[in-house]
Design a protein. Sequence first.
Lengths: 133, 229
Amino acid sequence: MRLLTHNFLASNVKGVSTGYPLALEVAKTSIKEVELNVDFLRGILPKIDWRALFAATSAAGFPELLAAEQPPEAELFAEGAAAVEGSAIRRLHHALLEIHVEEGTLVCPDSGRSFPILKGVPNMLLHEDEVRH
Amino acid sequence: MKLKQLEGLLGGLTQFSDPKVELEQYATGPHIASRMLYTAENSFDDIAGKVVADFGCGCGTLAVASALLDAEHVAGIDIDLQSLELAQENATDLELDIDLIQCDIKNLNLKGLLVDTVVMNPPFGTKRKGADMEFLSMGLKVASQAVYSLHKTSTREYIKKAALRNCNAISAEVLCEVILNSGFWAETMSFASHLLCCGSTSKRSSISQSICGALSHKLETKGKASSLA
């Protein structure tokens, strides 16, 4: 599970208000490099919950990767920044698309219900008595 | 990527060896899957560089097709762990990275509007009535751009009406029609999500009709399908 998926995944246990963001506990991660796409990042940035992403990168073992507050767009999308090692945009790209959580747990912030992540796949299945009707 | 090449790669995927009848796990054939995704990409720009979710992904045919057509991020969602493992295997064989989530679509909770496009071959609701509409309404809730979905031709008018009336779809277009091996008709429908502006929707409608013509020509030469346009 990439952290981009974590950024839109929420718990739906009966009775919870938002079920978001899911707290992340990480036992194992992997890194898979993908090509950086500036246009994609520019389009998705306004839809990203930065705090949830920051918390997730920290939980995944990369507390220094992102700034706690979202950097200004002028900095992120500065001319040529994508080519600079360690630039804010490259770190954002790394956080969203290259870090994979292989083993761990997602915890619903409202109910405390935990959802295991095994072999990279979060199990969001609910028990019958947890389903909204 | 060319259509033929896409179809060829999808034809090499491992399918269910023991489909679960109660989940209506019928495979999405490479013929219709390749055309569905190829049209979504080449006519509507809904795949490359986008976040795509495959609802009820099964062995991952549509998810893999999306990744092959350069979707930036693909999430395959299915209730069945064995299907997800198969999808993972299929993606890995082609050196593709897709995310997989085990979840019952009707209990899915996706926040924000991060998903651009939803693609699906949903259960037709023959085993559990209403399953197709659960998938469709969730797809239209989640997708900020469009939903591409396969349905039985006999349910076309019902699905169209329900999508427009109950699920906030802006438009519902039939893109192509294909005869499945089992003998009944299935078709790809495209639904413009509620966030699409009206202007692009009317454009979408005219494009999709011309695509129907093009598709039908190609498909008819194989004697497998015809267009509705």
